[in-house]
Write a protein that binds this ligand. Sequence first.
Ligand code: HDD
Length: 750
Amino acid sequence: TQELAAACPFNPNKPAEYRREDGLAPPPGFAVDPPSDTTGASTLSELGSTAKAAEPALPGENRNRGELERVRADSTGQGLTTNQGVPVANNQHSLKAGARGPALLKDFILREKLTHFDHERIPERIVHARGSGAHGFFECYAPLTELTRASLFAEAGKRTPVFVRFSTVQGERGSKDTPRDVRGFAVKFYTDEGNWDLVGNNMPVFFIQDAMKFPDLVHAVKPEPHHAMPQAASAHDTFWDFVSLMPESTHMLMWLMSDRAIPRSYRTMQGFGVHTFRLVNADGEAVLVKFHWTPKLGVHSLVWDEAVKISGADPDYNRRDLWEAIEAGEFPEWELGIQVFSEADAERFSFDVLDATKLIPEELVPVQPVGRLVLNRNPDNFFAETEQVAFCTAHVVPGIDFTNDPLLAGRIHSYVDTQLLRLGGPNFHEIPINAPVVPVHNNQRDGFHRQTINRGRVSYEPNSLAGGCPFQQGMAGFVSFPEPVEDVELRVHPERFAEHFNQATLFWNSQSPVEQRHIIQAYAFELSKVTVPAIRARMLSLLRNVDEGLAQAVADGIGTALPEPAPRALAKPPKPEVTVSARLSIAAFPGEGGARTRKVAIFVADGVDAEAVRGLQAALFAAGAVARLVGPRIGPFADGGGGEGVDADASFENEPGPLFDAVAVPAGVLEALKTDGRAAEFLQNQFRHNKPMLAVGDGNALLEGAGILRDPDDFALVAEDEWDDELPARFIAAIARHRNYAREKDPPLV
Ligand code: HDD
């Protein structure tokens, strides 16, 4: 063996070639000792890891980090080379025949550089093109072995590395972060029995029941094909034309028109697996399950006017927020919860659990927490990681299985298929961000961009020449749940799929008055952008089946008379078990975040009370908030009392009001800012978007000048004549409550 090893120089970048374990050892004569390494590791996963497998991961440590080490490149202190490793002498000029002569074809350095550049782009995702990702880990709270043999749920405290990608759906890769849209919430778990992808959204239901309709849905919502408008928006004819003809979309549309569609941050949105999946234990017993992600910071949203303004001021608003929080060590966290129920329970429900337009009210099946997800590391390279990550619903691990949801069935095909095109071939699993942390052994070979150097002459099974390896693993492998199937082939829906309005009404009934108002406003806005009256009328006729008050309010909002209600597919719809569910309102998820990571503007200008600014800044910092000094320009400003001045980090122009969660106007800035329309506009936006505001001394006059009057009933408007040391605490308490929606008037006051 040693002789063979000496004869075959190995590539230390490919330790996987040398993995040997009991039972997996190649037959005599084919074995090569693993390369010696300083870590003493014998598997790829150990070799790549910064920590030994036996040691528990430290809080915040990402085991996946080490896996990627072999492909990381850091050019610090390195000389420039071509892709062939040839040192480059001159990176400024092409090779020419004479200083003013023609460029020469033999300039392989120029040609390699331009060719690579010409091929830099890959097709963007047809949906969810715009996204942001991060690394982290999932930690299991307690063993779930009774329910599932999935190894990530095997023991308390067990950590599994993850990569998560959040996304919008409609817009293209370079579009904005804050459209009214569904958000993707896709999690890749690198488990020690292979990769599991939970490819979910921030809403628990979907537009359609059958994958057959997905291309139609996407064609309808995407920019219209003749003029490629609108970008990152659903407010256009083709989308509403389609959904107004698809009553099954009604429930999802309620979510899409709600504040869930304009999250304040990826860190403050829920996630859902949407479909009913199956958990299978080591004895082959199965239960049905729905997956829920709940953000520790609570669920918080923008308001529409704010989302529109943010899209101009900072199209990367959510991407930046996620990046900055992780860079600052404020690692976002979600709790994974599961709803577990049996086939017998499912039979009893008034709806079908295979219908992705339905959720299971928590009153029927409670959500039990099973673990937490922590995102603690930003990608090193957006393209290599966030763009090339390939999520596939087909990626499940032993212990997790599918159900017969017809939407899921299409997805199991579609995601793998799209990666073949997007990532250029069948070896996308070898791209480091997609590679499992366990070794891969099978007889699949070749194809575009193959990285693995498979050894030996055997690429088939059964074989005797390789001792039967790699051998099938029987019950130790993935065993599909043996669901009985006995029926005729049909293109139909089951009966319970035909009821489309009960849960739309449930959602409506469960919203707070503010949330209901926002839903009405969103419908009125979107339908006002629809140019064909018949489409608007069809939508109103569907809304009459959800709630008469809702339909009337939307009709009033677009100045239309109510049409007849849409006919229902079922003459006698089933009676829903639950008609109000508190857990469907955002109000049920205030979170534990307080003021942490909230971005607060403190106005500064010449004459400012610099000491108060510093006091407030320190208090906000202590509460975990991010305080920025914002002035008419960046740079230094003089203290009103002649003391040490302050430096503005941002200007009214480069970081306008909608980018902040709260604003403070200290004493002393009135003279400098009273004729500055940008300051007034900043304050008006803060007020209109219901955000906490603090004004001290003549700062109050600046608010008055902007049309904002003191109101003792407004807890988020902290206004005092004199600075006192209690003020920061009151302000911070208001920030922790996110917004004062009671302030909101329709139409807005300012
Ligand atoms: Fe999908 C991407 C979520 C239905 C076909 N989908 C994609 C992503 C998310 C979802 C989060 C982005 C993954 C990433 O960040 O790379 N999709 C959903 C959810 C659905 C759903 C929660 C309903 C429950 N999707 C759905 C259906 C089909 C697809 C019914 C097709 C039959 N989805 C795709 C796709 C995408 C995709 C075309 C585009 C890029 C990709 O897969 O990797 O295959």
